[in-house]
Design a binder for this molecule. Sequence first.
Ligand code: UDX
Length: 479
Amino acid sequence: AAPQPRITVIGTGYLGATHAACMAELGFEVLGLDVDPLKIVALSRGELPFHEPGLPELLVKHVSSGRLRFTNSYREAADFGDVHFIGVGTPQRPGESAADLAYVDAAVAELVRNLTRDALIVGKSTVPVGTARRLRRLIDDELEGRPEPAAPRVALAWNPEFLREGRAVQDTLAPDRLVVGTDDGDAESRALLRRVYAAPLATGTPLIETDFETAELVKVAANAFLATKISFINAFSEITEVIGGDITTLADALGHDARIGRKFLNAGVGFGGGCLPKDIRALQARADELGAGAAMRFLTQMDEINLRRRDRVIHLATQSVGLLQGARIAVLGAAFKPESDDVRDSPALDIAARLYNSGADVTVYDPQANRNAAARFPRLEYARSLEEAVSGADLVVLLTEWEEFRRLRPRDLEPLVRERRFIDGRNVLPAEDWKASGWEFSALGRRADVVGLHEVREQVSGADPRSRLAPIDFFQSLA
Ligand code: UDX
C-alpha cells in the first residue's frame, strides 16, 4: 500500500488543535503550525489552552507517541506535509460585518512560498463564498516566476468544518457529513482526501464532492439555518411574553413534526459564540457585495431578535429588583453555552456586563469560563462556587444551562440568598416548583407575573420603554 500522507494543520486554535489531534488519532503523522509561540509551547507539552471534553486525552496520547508535533516554522511544515489543512481564524472585522481574511491569506501565501514539493492545501476555515477561487489565483501568482523544475504542483480543496464546541472530538472523528469542494472536478485531490477520511467514510459518513462555491456555502448556509431556528422560537417568545402561553410546550409540539424537528428550538437568551453571530453577519456582508443582499436580509432580523433577548433579561431584572443601582445580582454562567469555556459573544457575559454598567453589584459564577470572562471583564466579581455567587443575592439570573444549574432546587438557594428572586434565561428549571416555594420566578418566553411594587411602577411610568428604567424616585414621589 502507498505510504500514508503526512498532514499539517496550520492554525492551532479551536478548530486546528482539534483537527490535528483527531488526524493523529486516525493514524496519521501530524505537524501543527501556529504563529503564536506560546500556543506551540503549551501544545507541545500536551497542554490544551481551552476546555474541550475528550481532547486533552488525545493530545497527550499522540504528543507522547511522537505522532503529533507542533512548530512555528512554515519551512518545516512545507517540507513535512503532503496535505496541509488551513484552520486559522476568520474573525469579524472590527466595526464591520464582513469577515477578516488576513490570516487565511497570510497562511496560504507563507506556506506556498516555502513549498518545494507537491502538496494539497485544504481550506477548513469558514470563509465568504468566492474565497477558494481567489486563493487559487493567489497560489498561482505565488508560484509563477519560480524556475520551472523547482515549481511544485499545488492543489487546493475546500473542506468546511462543522464541529460544535463541547463535542468537537466526536464531530471530527465521526462527522454528520464530509464536504469536499474542488476546482474542475480535480480527481487527484478528491482521491487523496478520500484516503485521509477513509475511517469515517468506512463507517458510512456521507461524502459530498462538489465545487468550491458550494462547499463554502454549505457551511454558512448551515449556520444561517441554525441561527434562524433559534431566533424563530425566540421570536415567538416575544409573543408569549405578552399574551401568555408556554414557549417550551410550543417548541415540543412543533418539534414532533419531523420536517421541523425539536433540536435548536430552545428558547432563551439566544445564540453566541465564535461562529453563529459572526457567520450570519459575514454572510449578509458577502451577499451585499455580490449584489444579492436582499436575499439574506432576513438574517439581520435574526440577529436583532437574538440581541433583543438580552434586553429582555435586563428589563426583567430591573422589574424584579426595582432599581439595578446597588442590587446584588448573582449571574450563573458566563460561557456562551455549557461544556465550553468560550466567552466570545456570550449572551451571559454581555448581560452580566450590562447589569454591572447599570450599577448592579454583579457576581458571576461559571464552572469553566470564569478565567476567560475575567480576562474580558475584569471589573465583575467572580465567585469560585455557586454558593459563593448567590450568597446575599437580591436576584439570581441563570444564563448558561450547565448541568450544575439545571439541577438547582429552591431549597438549595433559600438559606443563601437575601431575596427569593430568580430569572431563568434558558428555560431549564421547573417554574411551578419555584413559585410554590415562594419565589418570584420569571423565565424568557413566559409572561412575567411579577405583581407588586415594580410592576405598578412600570404601569405608572407609561408606555415608552425607555421610561421603564426611570429612577425609583419617580415612583416614590407617588407613594
Ligand atoms: C455552531 C454550529 O452548531 C457548528 O456546526 C459550527 O461548526 C460552529 O457553530 P457552536 O458555536 O459550537 O457550533 O455552538 P452551538 O451548539 O451550535 O450553539 C450556538 C449557540 O446557540 C449557543 O450560544 C447556544 O446556547 C445557542 N442555542 C443553541 C440556543 O439558544 N438554543 C438552541 O436551541 C440551541
